[in-house]
Design a protein around this ligand. Structure first.
Ligand code: 8YV
Length: 333
């Protein structure tokens, strides 16, 4: 790939114009201007031909697909942080490097986490429809539209990485006390700054929190980390927020517990089988028990441009024979 010929870079979805323009300048970039998600046969054709594939969370880059990759394919430069849709181990076995786009979506995702954290207890979505709905607003009343206070409550963060820490910073400013569960305890300076309490036992933390925020990556080890058994430990007044990945929570169990009044509600940006949605969640949304967003955590123009720039940096470093800055290594099993 080193030499005069520009690498063939296949980008599976439409990216912001400035990113696509730069990619066209630098690479033999094959764009998807119509933004139609690629079918599996189209992906097969792409990996057979491309030097670099730029997929997103909507593409399944599994071992079967990677097995069909042509000899040219040496880099999968993911447009996104989470690589749960990419079989990184299968790629490594075939000598294909995988990169992602960390850091640049941390703050946007943390903002959206806070928005969901406020939305359900403070009845944001429900309140917004009062003025735009069919009925005329009868006016203010002291006992109407009462939600639950955020300030002074306990937040339990599951996964204290970049995004979890950014959520903690914001939540502290909202007067929440910070608790977290993580594979490793964070540095004392970080913990002290956040006045955070570490829980080695996820079960014990879950049972004591007012709000749970899921901020860990989706890996085989975190699949249904919030299982039916663990969700049942939550207090009936607790809320669950998830801006990470749907399959970290047993969605069916979450639905059942909210239906039965054993959990107060949830704010979700991600789903177990997205883009398919559990119909029961829609019913809970109609009852204002949950607020549902369509995977918008990192959806800012600035964020998506930054993600594109990261992809470009990774491709350029790789093509120039350097180690790309955001290389993702296979998980240790
Ligand atoms: C992205 C995300 O929008 O980066 C991630 O892991 O979940 C999202 O914020 C998406 O993954 C882009 O591929």
């Amino acid at each position: 790939m080193v030499g005069k010929k520009k690498p063939l870079v296949v980008i599976t979805r439409k990216l912001p114009d400035p990113v696509e323009t730069r990619m066209r300048e630098l690479f033999d970039a094959r764009l998807n201007v119509e933004d139609r998600p690629m079918t599996q046969p189209e992906l097969v054709a792409a990996v057979k031909e491309a030097d670099v594939l730029v997929p997103t969370v909507t593409d399944q880059i599994d071992a079967a697909l990677i097995a069909q990759a042509g000899d040219n394919l040496k880099l999968i430069a993911n447009f996104g942080n989470g690589v749960d849709k990419i079989d990184v181990a299968a790629a490594a076995k075939k000598g294909i490097t995988v990169t992602n786009t960390p850091n640049v979506l941390t703050e946007d995702t943390a903002d959206m986490t806070m928005a969901l954290m406020l939305a359900v207890p403070r009845r944001l979505a429900e309140g917004a429809t009062v003025l735009t709905g069919d009925k005329k607003w009868a006016g203010w009343s002291p006992t109407w539209m009462l939600g639950r206070r955020i300030w002074g409550k306990r937040l339990g963060i599951v996964g204290m990485g970049r995004i979890g820490t950014a959520v903690a910073r914001r939540a502290k400013a909202f007067g929440l006390s910070i608790h977290y569960h993580n594979r490793h305890r964070v540095l004392p300076a970080v913990e002290d700054g956040l006045e955070a309490t570490y829980w080695e036992s996820l079960d014990q933390m879950l049972a004591r929190m007012d709000i749970i925020s899921v901020n860990c990556p989706s890996t085989p080890a975190t699949f249904h980390l919030l299982s039916a058994r663990r969700l049942a430990l939550l207090q009936p007044t607790a809320y669950v927020v998830n801006t990470a990945r749907g399959d970290i929570i047993d969605e069916e169990a979450l639905v059942k517990l909210i239906q039965d009044g054993k959990i107060a509600g949830a704010g979700l940006d991600v789903y177990e089988h997205e883009p398919a949605l559990n119909g029961k969640l829609l019913k809970l949304a109609a009852r204002n028990k949950v607020v549902l967003l369509p995977h918008m955590g990192s959806a800012t123009l600035e964020g998506r441009i930054d993600m594109g720039e990261k992809v470009i940096i990774n491709i350029r470093a790789f093509v120039d024979g350097h180690r790309p800055p955001d290389r993702v290594l296979p998980l240790r099993t």
